[in-house]
Design a binder for this molecule. Structure first.
Ligand code: SAM
Length: 206
């Protein structure tokens, strides 16, 4: 792992992903989280301040120590018990059907195998549990999508594996989730990075 990916990218993400525009989307994404929550790609803890009061504990999954260190102030200031529960959202060390909710913000774009991560979240959620997702992804406009495909290889190198061309909706549906809320539109900013999806993906009752 390079020094750039371990130390610099978490700081850049912390800055770029904490703008007022992105924070409005975070508030939307966390609405309704409750009980025990697994959050993959916890990063620098930018969602912590928006957790609703119904959240009791959070299992944070984050590979980068630098990001975890940046998160410490937010964790200390939160009334929620937040523990680091692993390093890889593709292989969670949580029991089947053990979590009430799950959260992934700008992480399905980055994990090596987004389909595997979505299936893991499905596995650890209780039936009726909800995965809250906020992602950027493949735009519906061909001109933008063409640019996304061109820029994707560079993005992966510069942003520690992040893809511009993933389709979070397709991945969630393939994992077995039912989408119970879906909002997709451009946020302000360069279009290849700003086609946002906020979704609630529910694990059906048995
Ligand atoms: C673009 S950042 C988003 C961070 C945070 N979720 C946010 O919204 O600010 C992507 C995060 O996913 C993490 N990540 C990368 N691979 C991962 C994996 N296999 N499992 C869990 N998290 C991973 C990165 O270290 C990084 O913190």
């Amino acid at each position: 792992m390079s020094w750039y990916a371990e130390h610099l990218v978490p700081r850049i993400v912390n800055l770029v992903c904490s703008t007022p525009g992105v924070s409005r989307w975070r508030r939307l994404a966390v609405e309704g989280l409750r009980g025990s929550v697994v959050e993959i790609g916890f990063g620098s803890g930018l969602n912590v301040r928006y957790y609703p009061s119904a959240v009791e504990r959070v299992y944070a999954v984050e590979p980068r120590d630098a990001a975890w260190r940046l998160a410490q102030r937010a964790i200390a200031a939160s009334p929620v018990t937040i523990t680091r529960a692993g390093l890889d959202g593709q292989h969670l060390s949580l029991d089947n059907s053990s979590c009430d909710s799950a959260l992934s913000t700008f992480t399905l774009c980055t994990v090596g195998d987004d389909a595997l991560a979505a299936r893991e979240l499905y596995r650890v959620l209780k039936p009726g549990g909800v995965l809250h997702v906020l992602e950027h992804g493949l735009a519906p406009d061909e001109r933008v999508a063409t640019w996304q495909r061109r820029l994707d290889p560079l993005e992966r190198v510069l942003a520690d594996g992040c893809h511009l061309t993933r389709d979070p909706v397709a991945v969630l549906e393939s994992a077995g989730f039912a989408l119970t809320r879906l909002e997709q539109r451009y946020e302000s900013g360069p279009k290849p990075w700003s086609y946002f999806t906020v979704a609630l993906a529910t694990k059906p009752l048995d």
